[in-house]
Design a protein around this ligand. Structure first.
Ligand code: ACO
Length: 310
C-alpha cells in the first residue's frame, strides 16, 4: 500500500506580535478573559505582507529541508480562506515566486480551518508513487477581522506552514473529509460582500468543533484498524485550548499527546496544523516511525482527519 509521508516542514510567522493587552487598544477585553476562555496569549499580525509572500517564505523553508530540486515538485496546493486575490490563487503566486514547474496542478483549497487536512487528502489521491508535493496552509486573517467585535478579533492570528510530502510505496496514510453546508455558525463575506469580516456563533462552533474532533479521531482509527494507544501524537486544529481539553477529557486521551501551541499564535485557520507539525519536528516531540492523527474543523462547516506514519 502506498501513502503520503512528510519529508520536511517549514513555517513563517510575521514579526508583529500582538499580546492580549494590546487587544485592549481595539476592544473592551482583558488578558484574563482571553486566557481563561481560549488559552491564547499572543498572536501575530502581518504588517503589509501579502498572504502569498508568507506562504512562499514557509514553502522555501520546507523545500530547503527536503533537499530536493524545485523541479521535483509535482503538485502545489495552498489551503487558505484569506488569499490576496480571487485569481490568481495563492498557490499560483507561490508557483510564480518559486518558479515551480508549469506542467503541474497548482491550486487553492477553501475548507477553512480544515483546509490543510483536505489538501493532504486530495494530494494523497492525486500523487503517483514516488512523486512529491508542496502543501501549504497560509492565512492573513487580520485583514478579515472586525476589530470592533471582541468575540472574534481576539481569537485569530496570521501565519503560514508548509510541508513537502512524498507518496511512498510503504507509506501509511489514511484520510477522511466531510462537510455540512452551514452559513450561520461561521461566516466571512466574499470579495463583493459588505460584511467581509468573520462572524461567528461561538457556542455553536464549540459544539460542532468538539464533536468533529471526536468523530475525526474515532473514524480514522476505525478506518486504519488501530486504537488510540497506537498513536503517538494528536494534532488538532489550534482554535481554542478549551475545545482540545474538552475532547481530551471526554475521550480519555493522554494530555501529553495533545499538541498545543495556540497560546502563541491564536487561531491561524488553515495554517494552524502545518505550523503545529513544524514545531513538533523542531522540538523533537516526534520522530520517524511515529504515528500521528491530525484533525481539522472549521467554516463550511467542514471537518477532516488523517492518520500518518512519520
Ligand atoms: N473579552 C471580554 N469579554 C468578552 C470577549 C472578550 N474578548 N468576547 C466576548 N466577551 C463577553 C461576551 O460579550 C459575553 O458578555 P455578556 O454575557 O455580557 O453578553 C461574555 O463574554 C460571555 O460570552 P460567551 O460568548 O458566552 O463566552 P464563552 O464563554 O462562550 O466564550 C468563545 C466565547 C471563547 C468564543 C467560546 O464560545 C468558544 O470557545 N467557542 C468556540 C469557537 C472558537 O474557538 N472559534 C474559533 C474559530 S472557528 C474555528 O476555528 C473552526
Amino acid at each position: 500500500m502506498s501513502g503520503l509521508r512528510i519529508v520536511s516542514t517549514g513555517r513563517y510567522i510575521p514579526e508583529k506580535c500582538i499580546t492580549n493587552d494590546d487587544m485592549k487598544r481595539f476592544v473592551d477585553t482583558s488578558d484574563e478573559w482571553i486566557r481563561s476562555r481560549t488559552g491564547i496569549v499572543t498572536r501575530y499580525h502581518a504588517d503589509g505582507e501579502k498572504t502569498y509572500e508568507m506562504a512562499t517564505k514557509a514553502a522555501k523553508k520546507a523545500l530547503e529541508g527536503a533537499k530536493i530540486s524545485y523541479d521535483d515538485i509535482s503538485l502545489c496546493i495552498v489551503a487558505t480562506v484569506s488569499g490576496d486575490y480571487a485569481t490568481p490563487s495563492v498557490a499560483c503566486m507561490v508557483q510564480r515566486e518559486l518558479s515551480l514547474r508549469e506542467d503541474i496542478p497548482v491550486f487553492d483549497i477553501n475548507a477553512a480551518c480544515s483546509g490543510f487536512i483536505y489538501a493532504l487528502g486530495v494530494c494523497d489521491r492525486m500523487l503517483d508513487e514516488g512523486e512529491n508535493a508542496l502543501i501549504i496552509g497560509c492565512e492573513r486573517l487580520s485583514k478579515i477581522l472586525d476589530f470592533t467585535d471582541r468575540s472574534t478579533c481576539v481569537l485569530f492570528g496570521d501565519g503560514a506552514g508548509a510541508a513537502v510530502v512524498k507518496k511512498e510505496k510503504n507509506g501509511i496514510f489514511y484520510s477522511l473529509m466531510g462537510a455540512t453546508g452551514n452559513k450561520e455558525a461561521l461566516f466571512v463575506g466574499g470579495v463583493n460582500e459588505e460584511e467581509s469580516y468573520v462572524h461567528m456563533n461561538g457556542a455553536e462552533v464549540f459544539r460542532f468543533a468538539t464533536g468533529a474532533i471526536e468523530k475525526g479521531i474515532k473514524r480514522i482509527l476505525e478506518k486504519a484498524n488501530m486504537s488510540e494507544d497506537d498513536i503517538d501524537m494528536f494534532v488538532c486544529h489550534q482554535a481554542n485550548a478549551r475545545i482540545i481539553s474538552h475532547v481530551q477529557r471526554r475521550m480519555h486521551l493522554p494530555k501529553e499527546k495533545m499538541f498545543m501551541n495556540l497560546q502563541k499564535y491564536g487561531n491561524t485557520s488553515g495554517a494552524s496544523i502545518p505550523i503545529a507539525l513544524d514545531e513538533l519536528f523542531e522540538q523533537k516531540l516526534v520522530k520517524e516511525g511515529m504515528k500521528i492523527i491530525a484533525v481539522g474543523f472549521g467554516g463550511g462547516l467542514t471537518w477532516g482527519s488523517c492518520l500518518m506514519e512519520l
